[in-house]
Write a protein that binds this ligand. Structure first.
Ligand code: NAD
Length: 296
């Protein structure tokens, strides 16, 4: 298939490589020359702008951009994709953005005659490299069926979440819960250790008891509990605290729009905001446990 791909960063780069490996032809665009060069090295063709990408004979366009503002600029901008793309081309945005912006961009695309899916992912850069991402997809069932084989080249769980925007709804709800549960595990682990318990023994009890969750058994924030977790390598790599802050912001903004209380989500957002202000935004999000521990 002839595909256009925009946004070749930590996630988009390996996702594009997996599409190339699956035998698709890719025209690519990114503001970073280094990111473009890496994709060209892997077999993609570089184009000079979103407009040029739209004018190539592509059947599908996929984007993986940082945030809502970038997605709106790339799709709705004066010289953006919608100003140039042929009607009928399927548009798939995999960026994590707020559901309301996703619906706004999809509405503009539909008015132009382009079906659009929001398809944010979970699984991190490791999942992007391995082609094992989970895609949460919003849009019509017919468009989902068209996109499924393509997304299958980049991920292993492809879930249709309902109408336009619902992929982003699933993503923000999941990540809000993840932020809250990570803080909960950090608090419980720190309390247990402060009261004299060994961290590994405590984690073992939690992980076979009712407190168990992904943040406790797969990504425990306490150093030394899990050898391969970021906590055991100085909180480097993984999922940055600033990215968690961004996702919690999306959740609280979306909640405000529908007047839905998200009490713990808002508190989690504030805790990560303070953590970021202290200069820790680049650390893995499990480093939030530092709020509960004396500096070593
Ligand atoms: P990134 O910053 O590494 O990559 C974004 C890329 O977009 C960069 O290469 C940048 O140059 C490019 N870009 C920015 N504006 C552009 C424009 N106008 N035109 C073309 N290219 C442009 O970010 P990432 O980690 O790849 O994340 C991308 C999206 O995926 C984000 O929405 C993020 O929240 C989401 N996400 C990230 C992870 C993760 O673990 N990194 C996991 C799940 C979801």
């Amino acid at each position: 298939m002839n595909i256009g791909f925009l946004g070749l960063g930590n996630m988009g780069g390996p996702m594009a490589r997996n599409l190339l490996k699956a035998g698709h032809a890719l025209s690519v665009f990114d503001l970073s020359a280094t990111a473009v060069a890496a994709a060209v090295e892997a077999g993609a063709t570089a184009v000079a702008s979103p407009a040029e990408l739209a004018q190539r004979n592509v059947e599908v366009i996929i984007s993986m951009l940082p945030a809502s503002a970038h997605v709106k600029a790339v799709y709705l901008g004066e010289d953006g994709l919608l100003a140039h793309v042929r009607p009928g081309v399927l548009l798939i945005d995999c960026s994590t953005i707020d559901p309301i912006s996703a619906r706004e961009v999809a509405k503009a695309a539909a008015e132009h005659g382009n079906p659009m899916l929001d398809a944010p992912v979970s699984g991190g850069t490791g999942g992007a490299e391995a082609g094992t991402l989970t895609f949460m997809v919003g849009g019509s069932a017919g468009d989902f069926a068209l996109a499924q084989p393509l997304l299958g080249a980049m991920g292993k769980n492809i879930v249709h979440c309902g109408d336009t925007g619902n992929g982003q709804v699933a993503k923000v709800a999941n990540n809000m819960l993840l932020g809250i549960s990570m803080i909960g595990v950090a608090e419980a682990m720190s309390l247990g250790v402060a009261l004299g318990m060994d961290a590994k023994v405590l984690a073992g009890v939690i992980n076979t008891s009712s407190g168990r969750c992904w943040s406790s058994d797969t990504y425990n924030p306490f150093p030394g509990v899990l050898e391969n977790a970021p906590a055991s390598r100085g909180y480097s790599g993984g999922f940055g605290s600033d990215l968690m802050l961004k996702d919690l912001g999306l959740a609280t903004e979306a909640a405000r729009a529908v007047r839905q209380p998200v009490l713990l989500g808002a508190l989690a957002q504030q805790l990560y905001q303070g953590f970021s202000l202290q200069g820790h935004g680049g650390l893995d999000f499990s480093a939030i446990i530092e709020l509960y521990r004396k500096p070593e």
